[in-house]
Design a protein around this ligand. Structure first.
Ligand code: ZN
Length: 254
């Protein structure tokens, strides 16, 4: 393990050096990428959800028991995300992806901000702007979800009559198999994994660096605060992502 670099210029230079050596880079992101967009880390100790335990109110059993309570929680998160815009970290990653400097972004975020920035992100924890029916499989999104939330008095209903489920992966649910398979396939091909804004504590995303490292890939971490995998990182950067990643993009003229 190396000491974390906390100066934005030095941090960017270290990431640029790692990217210049790499041919295929897999990017993993988490809540830290979106904090500069005003989206609180709902796992954190403070913020909007301090009064609620997401593992309880965001559990599939809670949804089955009391969808109105679960939707009250998610409607607040949807309202926050609706006002949010991609920040310079999202935009820099999208520019690096378009230029082929990095490959796909695999994100734990459900806010859609990588998508809004133009990244073809794999959203392994689902999407906040979508709702789905566990009965007939229908999916609705965006303005239609807002409309059904209003029409249903806080619980959006499917055309088949059932309560729709938030499009995020709830606690107690499996992650979408196709997205996870794709993420592991990318990890197997990568010669660099860049984990940005994630504390790498939630599996299976936290297992992707190991899958890549087992085949000789380098591993870079850019996060505020420690992560579960600091000990095995080749590069570790502590500076704010919205300051560092635009510098990285600028170094590649993108
Ligand atoms: Zn249905």
């Amino acid at each position: 393990m190396t000491d974390a670099l906390d100066d934005p210029e030095a941090a960017a230079a270290a990431l640029v050096a790692a990217l210049r050596r790499a041919r295929r880079t897999l990017v993993l992101t988490g809540a830290g990428v979106s904090t500069a967009s005003g989206i609180p880390d709902f796992r954190g100790p403070s913020g909007l959800w301090a009064d609620l335990d997401p593992r309880e109110v965001g559990h599939i059993d809670a949804f089955r028991r009391d969808p109105a309570r679960v939707w009250a929680f998610y409607a607040r998160r949807i309202a926050v995300v609706r006002e949010a815009r991609p920040n310079p970290a999202h935009l820099a990653l999208a520019a690096l992806e378009r230029a082929g400097i990095v490959g796909r972004v695999v994100t734990q975020n459900v806010d859609g901000l990588h998508r809004a920035a133009g990244s073809a992100a794999i959203e392994v924890h689902g999407r906040l702007d979508v709702a789905e029916c566990l009965g007939c499989g229908a999916r609705i999104e965006g303005a239609e979800l807002d409309e059904r939330l209003r029409a249903g008095g806080g619980v959006p209903r499917c055309a088949c009559g059932r309560a729709l489920k938030p499009g995020v992966v709830l606690f107690g649910e499996l992650l979408p198999a196709a997205a996870i398979d794709e993420a592991f396939a990318l990890a197997e091909e990568a010669d660099l994994v860049l984990a940005a804004g994630t504390s790498l504590e939630v599996h299976p995303v936290a297992s992707l660096p190991s899958a890549a490292r087992a085949r000789g890939a380098h591993f870079a971490i850019a996060n505020r605060g420690p992560t579960a995998l600091d000990d095995v990182a080749d590069v570790r950067v502590e500076a704010a992502l919205e300051e560092v990643l635009p510098r990285v993009a600028a170094a590649f003229d993108v």
